[in-house]
Design a protein around this ligand. Structure first.
Ligand code: PLP
Length: 388
C-alpha cells in the first residue's frame, strides 16, 4: 500500500485549491503580472508594525489567554458595536483566532455532526466547501447568477434546504464576485434561517471594503445575534495577511465550543499579531479608509477597462475582485486562465475554482497597482482578440 493510499479518506476527498495551483505556476515564471492573489498589495501601515516591535522590545513574547488578550477582545467588541450596534461580552463571546481561516474551521468543527448539510451560496471562497468536508459535513452549493448580481435568494435556498441542513454559510462582500447583499434581502434570509432553525456562519472579512452603501452585519438583524457566528479579521482591511489574526463573535456556548478545539490545537493566536491588531483597531481606521479609497479607484479602472474589451462584467460592490464572463471567447475558465498565463503572462484565477457556478468566468484581483492593472488590461485585450 502506498503512503498516499494510507491517507484519511476525508483528506483525499478534498481537492487541492485552484488558486494555489495558479499561484505556484505564476511564481515559477518571470515577468508575470498577477491578478491572481487575494491579498492587499500594501504593506501593513507602519504604526501597526511599530506597535508589534515595541511589544517585542518590552518582552511580550509569551502565550496569551486561549481567548486572546482581553484588551484586544475589548477593542474588537467596541469596534463591532460602533460599526453595527451589536453588543458582545468580550469575556465570553469573543475568540481571537489565527486568521478568519482558523475561525471558520473551528466554527464548522464545533457545529457539525457527520452528514450535516451546510448551504453555501456559490461561487464562494475556496475554503468553505473544503472546511465543511474536513469537518465531516456535507456542503450544499447554492448557485447564484450574474444576472442576479450573484446575490442568493430565499427561493434558491428553499429549493435546497432539507431536514439535514444545519448551517447556512455566507460571505458578503463576496470572494470571488464582489457581490454584496442589501439589508432587505439579508433580512429575508434571516427569516429563512429562523424558519428552518439554522445557524448562520457569516464571514464578513471584506466588510470594510464595501464601496456602494454600507455593509449590513448579519448578526445585527432581528433575532440573528444568537444564531450567528460572526467572523472577521485584519488580513484584508488592514493589509495584515501574513500576521494571521482574526476573530469570532457569537453566543457563549458557540464560543466555548470553538475554544475547546482552539485551546488544544492552536493554544492562542500569536501575541505579536494580537498587539498589532489592538493598534489597528485603535489608530488604524484612517489609513484603512485610504487603502479602501484606492481599491475603489482601481475597481472603476477595471470595470471600465473590461467593459471596453467587450467582456460582460457585473459591477462588484465590495472586496477587491472583479469577475468578468469569458463565455464569449468559447474557452473554458481553466483554458482561458492557462492560455492567458502562458501567452501573455497575466495570472487570473479560473472561475470554476470557486465552484461549478463559477465556470465561464475568471477572477481578477485589483489589489494591484494602476500600472499593473492597465498593462494587464492591454494584454487581456490582445489575448481575447484572437477569439473574436
Ligand atoms: N474568508 C474569505 C472570504 C477570504 O477571501 C479569505 C482569504 O482570502 C479568508 C477568509 C481567510 O482570511 P484570513 O487571512 O483571515 O485567514
Amino acid at each position: 500500500m502506498s503512503w498516499a493510499d494510507r491517507l484519511s479518506p476525508t483528506v483525499k476527498a478534498v481537492p487541492p485549491s485552484g488558486i494555489r495551483r495558479f499561484f505556484d505556476i505564476a511564481a515559477e515564471m518571470k515577468g508575470v503580472i498577477s491578478l491572481g492573489v487575494g491579498e492587499p498589495d500594501f504593506i501593513t501601515p507602519w504604526h501597526i508594525r511599530e506597535s508589534c516591535v515595541h511589544g517585542l522590545h518590552k518582552g511580550y513574547t509569551s502565550y496569551t489567554s486561549n481567548y486572546g488578550l482581553l484588551e484586544l477582545r475589548e477593542e474588537i467588541v467596541r469596534s463591532i458595536y460602533n460599526d453595527y450596534q451589536v453588543t458582545y461580552d468580550p469575556r465570553t463571546e469573543a475568540l481571537v483566532t489565527v486568521g478568519v481561516s482558523e475561525a471558520l474551521d473551528l466554527a464548522v468543527r464545533a457545529l457539525l455532526s457527520p452528514g450535516d448539510e451546510v448551504l453555501i451560496p456559490e461561487p464562494c471562497y475556496v475554503s468553505y466547501k473544503a472546511c465543511v468536508t474536513l469537518a465531516g459535513g456535507h456542503p450544499v452549493p447554492v448557485p447564484t447568477k450574474m444576472e442576479d448580481e450573484f446575490r442568493v435568494t430565499v427561493e434558491q435556498l428553499e429549493n435546497l434546504v432539507t431536514p439535514r441542513t444545519k448551517v447556512l454559510l455566507i460571505g458578503y462582500p463576496n470572494n470571488p464576485t464582489g457581490a454584496v447583499m442589501p439589508k432587505e434581502e439579508l433580512t429575508a434570509i434571516a427569516l429563512f434561517a429562523l424558519k428552518h432553525d439554522l445557524i448562520v456562519i457569516a464571514d464578513e472579512i471584506y466588510a470594510a471594503l464595501t464601496y456602494d452603501g454600507t455593509h449590513t452585519c448579519f448578526a445585527s438583524l432581528p433575532k440573528m445575534r444568537d444564531r450567528t457566528i460572526l467572523l472577521n479579521g485584519f488580513s484584508k482591511a488592514y493589509a495584515m495577511t501574513g500576521w494571521r489574526i482574526g476573530y469570532a463573535l457569537a453566543n457563549p456556548d458557540f464560543i466555548a465550543a470553538m475554544n475547546k478545539i482552539h485551546q488544544y490545537t492552536m493554544l492562542c493566536a500569536p501575541i505579536t499579531a494580537q498587539l498589532a491588531a489592538i493598534e489597528a483597531l485603535r489608530h488604524g481606521k484612517d489609513k484603512m479608509k485610504s487603502m479602501v479609497a484606492e481599491y475603489n479607484c482601481r475597481r472603476q479602472l477595471m470595470l471600465k477597462g473590461l467593459h471596453q474589451l467587450g467582456l460582460k462584467c457585473f459591477e462588484p460592490k465590495g472586496a477587491f475582485y472583479i469577475f468578468p464572463s469569458i463565455r464569449e471567447t468559447g474557452l473554458t475558465s481553466l483554458k482561458f486562465a492557462e492560455e492567458l498565463l502562458k501567452t501573455e503572462k497575466v495570472a487570473v484565477v479560473p472561475g470554476d475554482a470557486f465552484g461549478e457556478s463559477g465556470e465561464g468566468f475568471i477572477r481578477c484581483s485589483y489589489a494591484s497597482s494602476f500600472s499593473n492593472l492597465s498593462q494587464a488590461l492591454e494584454k487581456i485585450d490582445h489575448f481575447i482578440k484572437q477569439y473574436q
